[in-house]
Write a protein that binds this ligand. Sequence first.
Ligand code: WQD
Length: 338
Amino acid sequence: MRVLVTGGAGYIGSHTLLELTAQGHEVCVLDNYSNATPEVLTRVRSLSNGIIHDFIGDVRDTAKLDEVMQDFVPEAVIHFAGLKAVGESTEKPLLYYDVNVSGTLTLLRAMERAGCNRIIFSSSATVYGEPVYLPYDEAHPTNPTSVYGRSKLMAEQILTDWAATSPERTAVLLRYFNPVGAHASAQIGEDPTGVPDNLMPFIAQVAVGKRDALQVFGNDYDTPDGTGRRDYIHVVDLARAHVAALNYAQGATGARPFNIGTGQSYSVREMVAAFERACGKPIATKQVGRRAGDIAAMQADSSRANAELDWVATHDLDAMTASTWAWQSKNPDGYKGS
Ligand code: WQD
């Protein structure tokens, strides 16, 4: 199929391009490079013998979207383009609603004009908010506690109402847990701008000597070792979930959410120990208080995706840490060094 990938130069997008082209799909990237660099596509192209078109532009730019739709004529869209920093979303709510919600609306209008009826949406487990029960299944109440989470839930609701207007339309809503890791080539990986918000890239930067120590946010949670627990999923497993969702979308109608996680969670302390095994050196840590907005534990029930998408995560914790270390140690300054 011809697949338009918005935000395709990003961390998850770039890994998904490789999985799509490996399955013979023709892809076109639309990215404004606000959180990525063109070097990513250079490396993806060197790793793939697939067809990868690309346009530079913002998903809120109607004229650019129409140009892409007329030129590439996508049969489906995978929509990654968006902002995802929870803390920043609280400081800049209008920017997050503009990009994540209005951007989705603008994209859907352009899809309507072009007669494109299938979309896979990059959503997030943060739409659930504080757990009423764990593991989260898709029936869990959605009560996001951040602007970022609310923007993702609003976009899901728009997609759901759009998909309900025609039996031709499908919206697959992928609720990611915690993406980590890197492609086996160590040529592409996570390259956050500035100080990493997320645990794994911060640990990796400590290991490579870019940061002095990891601050451990809280050790008084109701968890076995007191530190936060998360359901980490290897980015290649996550990328493969998008290809599975694309295949599912060809025979489905309406909107449907799917949890994309492993069903296994690890604490901060366990992640540090796993990374020390991967890199062969100690990771300095500093115990500090809880981070505002954090919850104790998250864990996915992904049985719906396992059954209906015929997808299951296959990479274990050591694969997550080893691939992260391989990427970080080969690219200590991420893509900037290239
Ligand atoms: C994981 C654990 C922290 C950093 C967020 C978004 C989510 C998704 C992934 C976009 C927690 C602890 C972290 C550090 C630490 N993003 N931690 N020191 O907050 O679960 O999820 O990123 O889709 O939507 O909400 O991920 O990696 O920030 O934190 O102790 O320097 O590591 O307290 O327990 P989080 P995270």
